[in-house]
Design a protein around this ligand. Structure first.
Ligand SMILES: NC(=O)c1ccc[n+]([C@@H]2O[C@H](COP(=O)([O-])OP(=O)(O)OC[C@H]3O[C@@H](n4cnc5c(N)ncnc54)[C@H](O)[C@@H]3O)[C@@H](O)[C@H]2O)c1
Ligand SMILES: [Zn+2]
Length: 405
């Protein structure tokens, strides 16, 4: 469906002008090396909804300590799925029991197709059957699907009970567990029903990533790379330099990368909790990525893979608009490929892509707004008045680059 190519581009395209609407600032950064300790803490600063994120290696056993610091209730539901329960359920349950927490497992079926109202109902059933009240809490242990559903259940059960995220996929650790977006899918679209509801604590043990298959890990890396492109050139460069350590899942490298990604996401969420403006920059590569997922039926491409291709398309458009250089486009391509991510869109007709993008829920009043990289490490959101020309040029640019390589 896509071609893996290795070399860099030497291609220039004409400019088409569009109107800029939101611009991000460039995050200050001194990202130079590994962290020395095995536990890093940070705070997502949202006033009375602020919460800590702990990031470390082998820290699942320290969950009770974090719960105590967060004043978390003593009776907790562990919401997870069979895969994650068999890997980490016992470790979590044992540490909670040893610290005197009353815990109950609620195990959901695995998979995006189960991120539904029916599955949500089983969480409520489990909570009610076990006598949960407002003085109880929920701990979501798993990937983004578990976190989104557990979070939404917590947001709505008894008008809201406290919850904690224990993300176990790379995507969940750097993206879905932070920022308080919770949701389930509707037959008419993904994440259509949900709430903004912040957790009390996010507990990230990067060693849980050791059991993740390599494709799932790469898909998570697409979101990590995204942070470098939109906010932090040093981090972008660091990722290439530490590719081997990251792909070998070395704990220190993972802690450094996940912490930086969390910091960038937290900074954006702190400024714009409910996606009025700035938070939209987190959608780099997502408009085109969602179109790929939509056209390919959500099973061929992992979300992160589709986003990787989407970021490549965005980079080409940025280049057409003279927002970045050919070298920047080549560097983005190079980094994505270094992490085994696709960079070439599957061959659907341009019209099919344009229609799918028009259907995207982020399209406001029929106007397509794209996140575009400004060089590497900065970005802006731009209204696209003539998407047909722009995307045609971008797809041509990618095709040309594939042929050159
Ligand atoms: N709330 C947000 O802000 C936000 C942001 C991005 C994505 N999301 C949502 O996140 C979801 C995708 O999350 P995901 O990519 O984590 O998918 P996922 O939760 O389906 O997890 C992927 C697979 O990995 C398995 N798994 C989880 N942890 C594992 C581990 N440590 N070792 C081995 N296998 C493990 C899961 O059981 C699953 O089969 C989507 O539903 C998306 O809408 C939400
Ligand atoms: Zn994403």
């Amino acid at each position: 469906m896509f071609f893996v190519v290795k070399k860099r581009a030497k291609h220039a395209c004409p400019q088409i002008s569009c109107k800029a609407s939101v611009k991000s600032g460039n995050a200050t950064s001194n990202f130079v090396g590994f962290v020395a300790m095995k536990l890093k803490r940070m705070i997502v600063g949202l006033g009375e909804r602020s919460y800590p994120i702990w990031i470390g290696g082998g820290i699942l056993s320290r969950l009770p300590e974090a719960l105590q610091e967060a004043n978390f209730p003593n009776k907790v539901a562990i919401v997870t799925n069979p895969v994650v329960q068999s890997l980490y359920g016992e470790a979590v349950a044992e540490s909670l029991a040893a610290a005197g927490y009353e815990h109950h497992f609620i195990v959901l079926p695995d998979g995006e197709e189960h991120k539904t109202w029916a599955t949500l109902q089983t969480i409520f059933d489990g909570l009610i059957a076990r006598g949960f009240d407002r003085h109880c809490g929920l701990i979501a242990v798993g990937g983004g699907v578990t976190g989104d559903m557990g979070g939404f259940a917590a947001a709505t059960f008894l008008r809201g009970i406290p919850y904690v995220q224990v993300p176990t996929t790379l995507l969940a650790q750097v993206d879905s567990s932070i920022g308080g977006k919770t949701a389930i899918n509707h037959t008419q679209g993904k994440n259509l029903i949900g709430a903004f509801y912040q957790p009390r604590h996010v507990h990230i043990d990067v060693e849980t990533l050791n059991s993740l298959d390599s494709r799932e890990f790469a898909a998570g890396m697409a979101e990590v790379i995204k942070y470098g492109i939109i906010r932090d050139k040093d981090f972008f460069d660091w990722l290439l330099k530490h590719r081997k350590a990251l792909q070998e899942r070395q704990t220190e490298a993972l802690i450094s990368a996940v912490k930086k990604a969390c910091q960038i996401k937290a900074n954006i969420v702190e400024i714009d909790e409910k996606e009025d403006a700035l938070r939209a920059i987190l959608n780099l590569g997502h408009t085109f990525g969602h179109a790929i997922e939509n056209l390919s039926g959500y099973s061929t491409f992992r979300h992160g893979e589709a986003v990787a291709v989407g970021m490549m398309v965005a980079a080409h458009i940025s280049h057409h608009l003279e927002l970045c250089s050919t070298d920047d486009v080549a560097a983005i391509r190079n980094l994505l490929q270094a992490f085994d991510l696709p960079v070439t869109p599957p061959q659907y007709p341009l019209d099919a892509y344009l229609d799918a993008m028009k259907r995207d829920k982020k399209v406001q009043k029929g106007t397509l707004r794209l996140v575009l990289n400004k060089g590497i490490g900065d970005c802006l959101v731009q209204e696209i008045t003539d998407p047909a020309i722009l995307f045609a040029e971008a797809l041509k640019g990618i095709q040309h680059q594939d042929q050159v390589d």
